[in-house]
Design a protein around this ligand. Sequence first.
Ligand code: S3P
Length: 178
Amino acid sequence: MKNIVLTGFMGTGKTSVGREISRLTGFPFFDTDSLIEKRANLSIGEIFQQQGEPHFRQLEREILRELSPLLGVVIATGGGALLEPENLSIVDRNGLIFCLTADLETILERIGDSPNRPLLPQVKTLYKERELLYQKLPHLVDTSPSTPEETALKILEIYEKECKGENLGKRIYDADPD
Ligand code: S3P
C-alpha cells in the first residue's frame, strides 16, 4: 500500500488535507514539521532563529528518511522539503506525491501573520521563485476553491486509480467537485 505524500507551498492546506485523508482512510498521519518540532523541542520559528535554516533542512531530511520505509501512511511535508531532489527521490520510492497548489491571494488569506512561519516575510518572492519547481512535481491539485475534505476526496480518487494502475493521462487536477 503506497504512502500518500502531500507537499506544496505554505498555506496550501497540507496538514488539514492530510488529517482529513487519515480520517477517511484510517492511514496513520505524519506531519514532518511537527516531528521536527518534537525532535528539536523547539518551534519551527525558534529552530530557524536559534539554529538556522540549514539545521532545519538537516532535521527535515532525517525525518523524511525515517518515514519513507513505512507503507500505508499519510505524510505532510513542509513546503520546501521536496524541492530538494534527494528528499523527493526518498519519498517517491514508497509514496504517491501530491503537490497542493493555491493562488497567492488564497495563500495570503490562509496564512495570515502566523508567527511560526519564519519564511513569511519572503512569501511573495518565494511563491514566484518556487512556482515552476512545484509545477514539475506529480499530481498537482488546486485547493483554492475547495474545503480540505473535498481536496482529500479528490486525492483519494486519484490514489485509488493510480494504485489500480489506471493511466490517467493528465497530471493537473482541480479539487473542485464540480
Ligand atoms: C517552509 C514551510 C514550512 C516549514 C518551514 C519552511 C518552506 O511549512 O517547513 O517554515 O520552506 O516552504 P508549511 O509549508 O507547512 O508552512
